[in-house]
Design a protein around this ligand. Structure first.
Ligand SMILES: *[C@@H]1O[C@H](CO)[C@@H](O)[C@H](O)[C@H]1NC(C)=O
Length: 240
């Protein structure tokens, strides 16, 4: 969040690092946003560019990989233990993770939000260069190995209907639309695991809002790839 350090998602705000050049003789830092922010903004930014987001409500379903390899191992071990009727071993998390879900383990701040939730708020404002966009989030850890899912509710300044939104997403870089209502097939963390693209589906008009000013979408992205390593590699590639 240092104002002199660009916070970059290459598909979203490459302009933020335009002044950084290799071989300038001076060191420079470019920061990778948090995994939940990257995955969310990959899907929401193309819609934001068209209709301008006024308010965004995010609920996350986050994978074990966000807490590191040891957390992934703990989930496997606990699953085995629970199936064998044993007490689950809790080293990384302080409660049972297998066959359960809980509020993200990041520290809770004075305002009652945890750090991961506040990163979604602050990083979105910084990346979009929009101090006024309203963002709120609830981050939950679910017993999934390595891809995050996010339910995102959007309120726009300008109208945007669901078919136009789907077309915008189909043409957005790094996005794949999985939105098959007839067979009830939508993005899943398993299907995006080990893949670069972020999947979006459940694109629908929010019936709680008037006209075409609100949409609900469901997003899944690999936490290790686009949520971390791939994004960093893409930043490095932009410098070459
Ligand atoms: C995202 O933020 C949380 C909370 O600060 C942190 O625990 C986690 O390591 C971060 N993840 C990434 C990929 O930056």
């Amino acid at each position: 969040m240092d104002e002199n350090v660009p916070l970059v998602i290459p598909e979203v705000n490459p302009e933020a690092m335009a002044h950084v050049k290799l071989g300038s003789g001076k060191g420079a830092l470019i920061a990778n946003p948090n995994c939940s922010t990257i995955i969310c903004l990959m899907a929401v930014t193309p819609l934001h560019r068209r209709a301008k987001v006024k308010r965004m409500v995010v609920s996350t379903y986050q994978a074990a990989s966000g807490a590191g390899a040891a957390a992934m191992e703990e989930l496997v071990q606990q699953t085995r233990e629970v199936l064998e009727g044993k007490e689950p071993t809790c080293n990384i998390f302080n409660q049972q993770y297998a066959f359960n879900l809980f509020s993200h383990n990041a520290p809770i701040q004075l305002n009652g939000y945890n750090e991961e939730e506040m990163k979604l708020v602050k990083e979105t404002r910084k990346i979009w260069n929009d101090k006024d966009v309203k963002v709120t989030a609830t981050c939950i850890r679910v017993p999934v190995m390595r891809a995050h899912a996010e339910s995102v509710n959007l309120q726009f300044e300008n109208p945007l209907d669901e078919n136009t939104a789907r077309d915008i997403l189909k043409n957005a870089p790094g996005i794949v639309v999985v939105d098959d209502r007839a067979s009830n097939r939508f993005p899943t963390p398993l299907e995006v695991s080990n893949k670069d693209d972020v999947a979006v589906g459940r694109v629908r008009r929010d019936v709680s809002q008037d006209g075409d000013y609100g949409l609900d979408i469901f997003v899944c992205g690999d936490q290790i790839r686009k949520g971390a390593a791939l994004n960093a590699v893409q930043i490095a590639e932009m410098l070459l």
